[in-house]
Structures are given as structure tokens and as C-alpha cells.
Design a protein around this ligand. Structure first.
Ligand code: HEM
Length: 426
């Protein structure tokens, strides 16, 4: 069989990731290797379907997220990095707490925190939307999923773990640094675990603490903490990035935002907060959210370890290979999304529905049985934020700043996005 084509990405590829992947796709087709041949990229709806659905048993998240992206060492083996039977069992336990109607329980927390945080944004001359959105989405995830009321220290610990130490440390010192942060996280979570054992509530943490396996055994403290870690990390980094880009795009596209406001007044009117049912019915806003997900997917690539050989487009990929199904590149394919670099939310509305003509074309939340478990949580949260901000505030981007997405494991606006927020006159 032919050798998989090798692509050389420039050193600064993380700043131009989408265009570079599309260039490689146009030259070589939907499969090529990069990073010195260490990673094979798979691009487009057909590839996504293969990895996420039809041959998913041949791929390992544990090797992908755990080894390539080093998630397991820092945060433990949570849902994202589990494989096979173990994954399916744990996912089954958590699924009910992420069903769309369960969001009714989280919505009052979301609305309360959105109101509080955004009011503070307006008290300042200008804010970095990305940094502020991070505080907000973390607080929402921490309070909704674990019931932790005071989340400042918790958030600082997570931010440190995600960003790494300020200076590069020798390996042994780095390990000690991570271990000390993990110990502090554990000290924060242990009392909540104890509390939930004796006084269960209906949040996700309680569901996990109360769960018993077929032999009647509870989850170990180590597993409980790994789950909470992964849920909070996966649940706030990505939502921070996507909500920032959505609001930024809406400031840029005032005509479209007028249509969202029209929808808001029809659905919510003068009431302070939308209900879950109203949020679900906000299609004009939803199409803008889909478009932000397409243009700025928070996760650029889904990493996997190959467990069993497979063939794709005339190439043979052996077990032991590392692959990325590329979310970012799939979203910029011109044969799927017309004028892919243009902000055009109506591409998701009937009759065009470009994403439906090609299943697994829009994969910002992954797809198949392992689709992001937090998709409903994130979409409701971001819609509630946009609804609140657009109805009650005016936003303006501070001029003369560099606004660009950069990618590591997740993507974020490299220098943040500074905006001015003003309360609308009544
Ligand atoms: C805008 C927000 C979000 C985006 C773009 C996003 C994106 C993703 C993607 C792409 C995957 C699949 C990765 C793969 O196939 O390798 C995923 C999985 C996952 N996400 Fe999210 N996510 C978001 C929000 C959330 C939230 C709010 C939570 C939890 C509260 C969460 C928890 C998880 C977990 C636990 C998994 C692993 C699921 C499994 O493997 O069964 N995510 N997410």
C-alpha cells in the first residue's frame, strides 16, 4: 500500500491551524501525517463517521487524550480518557444528569451567576471578555455540578493546572508541583464527598457519590475526583472559548444580532430570565451559536490511539498509530460549508441546513455514542448568557487589538478580546 503523505507544518502552525490543514487537505486529500509523521490527520465527515461511529472500537480515547494530550497524568482517569466497558458504565451513570430536561435544575444557577457576573462587567471601563467568561463558566460548572459555593480558590487551582507553572521546572520538581495542586484539590473536594454521602442532593456529584456498582461498591475517592476534574476542565475551558467568540461575532454582525433581539422580544419579552423551553426555541440564536462552533471550534482535533489496523482512502493505518480526527479542518471544507470563512448562521436554517446534508460535518462537540456529555449544558448556558447580555447591555470591541485564535489542546483568543459593556437605558 501507498505511504501516507507527510506534511510539514511551520513552527507557528498553531496560529494558522485551520488554513494550513485545509491547504494540506487540498494537496493530499483527507488523510495525511504531520508532526514528523507522529500523528495522522483524518479530515471530513466520512473520517469523522469512521472514528466516532462505524469503527469506533478500533480507537482509544485513553491513548488519545490520556497519552498524546497528557490529560490522565494531570487530572486522573475520568470519562474522557476511559475506554470500552468501563467508559460505557460510567457514562450510563452520568447521562441522566446531562439530559436536556435536567438542565431545568441548573438553569436558575446559570441565570443567577450570569446576572451577577455581567453586572460586574458593566461596572468596569473595559474587560477582557475571555478572562471574564472563564470566571463565569467555571463558577457555573462548579456550582451546578458539585454544589461548591465559593469557587475562587477552586478555579485558581484549575487554572494553574491547565496553564502549568510560570517557569519551566525540571521533571521531578514539576511532578511535585502537580502533586501539591492535586492535594489541594482533593482537600477541597473530600469534605463535599462526605457531605454528599450523608445528605445527597440532585447534582451530578451526588449521583456519582451515591452510585453503587453491580456488587454494591461505591466509586473510589480517586475515581470521583478524576470525574469532577475532567468535567470541570472539559466543562469550562471550551465553554469559555465558545461564548467569547459567539459574543465577539455578534458584536461584529449587527444586522444578524437585530434578528436575535427580535426573537428575544417575541420569546422572553420583558421578563428577566428565559425558561428552558424558551431557550430551546431560540433558533435564530442557536444558528449563530452553531456558526461560532463551526468557525472557532474550542477543540481543534479529537485525538485517538489506533488499537486495530484500518484502511481509509487507499491508505493502511496500523495499530499503534496516533490519529487526530480534525474538527477544525472538517468545519472549513468548501464542498460542505459554502464560503466557509464567512459568518453565515443561515447556513444552518432550512432549507439550506448544510450540516444535515452531511452527517458528522459539524463536530464541535464530537459525535456518536461519545458525543460531548456536556453538549446540552454548554448550549443552554451559552444561550442564556447571550440572551441576557444582548437584551440588557450594549457591547463594543476596544479598537486596535490583535484578535486571533490560537490552538493547543483547546483554542482561545491569543491576547483575549477586550470589550466595553454598558447597561442599556430602560
Ligand atoms: C462549548 C463547550 C464544549 C465543547 C465545544 C466541547 C467539546 C467536546 C468534544 C469535541 C468532545 C469529544 C472529544 C472526542 O471525541 O475526542 C467532548 C467530550 C466531553 N465533554 Fe465536552 N465540550 C463542551 C462542554 C462540555 C461541558 C459543559 C462538559 C461538562 C459539564 C463537558 C464534558 C465532556 C466530557 C466528560 C467528555 C467526554 C465524553 C465521553 O467520552 O463519553 N464538555 N467535548
Amino acid at each position: 500500500m501507498k505511504a501516507i503523505p507527510l506534511v510539514n507544518l511551520p513552527d507557528d502552525y498553531r496560529y494558522h491551524f485551520g488554513p494550513l490543514l485545509i491547504e494540506a487537505y487540498q494537496q493530499h486529500g483527507p488523510i495525511f501525517a504531520a508532526h514528523g509523521g507522529k500523528i495522522v490527520y483524518l479530515i471530513g465527515p466520512e473520517a469523522n463517521r469512521l472514528v466516532l461511529v462505524s469503527q469506533r472500537h478500533k480507537f482509544s480515547n485513553h491513548i488519545g487524550w490520556g497519552t498524546i494530550f497528557d490529560v490522565t497524568e494531570t487530572f486522573g482517569n475520568g470519562l474522557l480518557t476511559m475506554d470500552g466497558e468501563e467508559h460505557d458504565q460510567h457514562r450510563k451513570v452520568m447521562n441522566p444528569a446531562f439530559a436536556v430536561n435536567y438542565m431545568d435544575k441548573y438553569l436558575p444557577i446559570m441565570n443567577r451567576l450570569i446576572g451577577l457576573h455581567v453586572a460586574r462587567w458593566a461596572e468596569q471601563e473595559e474587560i477582557d471578555l475571555f478572562q471574564e467568561a472563564r470566571k463565569l463558566t467555571f463558577d457555573i460548572a462548579a456550582q451546578a455540578l458539585t454544589g461548591l459555593e465559593q469557587s475562587d480558590h477552586f478555579r485558581e487551582l484549575f487554572t494553574l493546572l491547565l496553564n502549568g507553572p510560570a517557569v519551566r521546572l525540571p521533571e521531578e520538581e514539576y511532578r511535585q508541583w502537580v502533586a501539591s495542586l492535586e492535594q489541594q484539590l482533593q482537600d477541597l473536594l473530600l469534605p463535599i464527598i462526605e457531605e454528599r454521602r450523608h445528605h445527597p442532593t440532585d447534582d451530578l456529584f451526588s449521583i456519582l457519590v451515591q452510585h453503587r456498582d453491580a456488587e454494591g461498591r461505591p466509586m473510589s475517592v480517586e475515581k470521583l475526583i478524576a470525574h469532577v476534574n475532567i468535567l470541570l476542565v472539559a466543562g469550562h475551558e471550551t465553554s469559555t472559548s465558545l461564548s467569547t467568540w459567539l459574543l465577539y461575532l455578534l458584536i461584529q454582525h449587527k444586522d444578524y444580532t437585530q434578528r436575535i433581539l427580535q426573537e428575544q422580544s417575541e420569546l422572553v419579552g420583558e421578563r428577566a430570565d428565559p425558561t428552558l423551553d424558551e431557550l430551546k426555541r431560540m433558533k435564530v440564536l442557536e444558528n449563530a451559536l452553531n456558526e461560532a462552533e463551526r468557525l472557532y471550534p474550542p477543540v481543534a482535533n479529537g485525538p485517538r490511539g489506533v488499537l486495530e489496523d484500518f484502511d481509509f482512502h487507499g491508505y493502511h493505518v496500523p495499530a499503534g498509530t496516533f490519529v487526530f480526527y480534525s474538527i477544525l479542518a472538517s468545519h472549513y471544507l468548501p464542498e460542505i460549508f459554502a464560503n466557509p470563512t464567512v459568518f453565515d448562521p443561515d447556513r444552518f436554517a432550512p432549507p439550506r441546513e448544510e450540516h444535515k446534508k452531511n452527517p458528522y460535518a459539524l463536530v464541535g462537540f464530537g459525535g456518536g455514542p461519545r458525543i460531548c456529555i456536556g453538549i446540552n449544558f454548554a448550549q443552554i448556558e451559552i444561550k442564556a448568557l447571550a440572551s441576557h447580555v444582548l437584551r440588557h447591555y450594549t457591547l463594543e470591541v476596544v479598537p486596535d487589538q490583535r484578535i486571533a485564535q490560537v490552538y493547543s489542546v483547546t483554542g482561545w483568543p491569543v491576547e483575549g478580546i477586550r470589550i466595553r459593556v454598558k447597561k442599556k437605558a430602560l
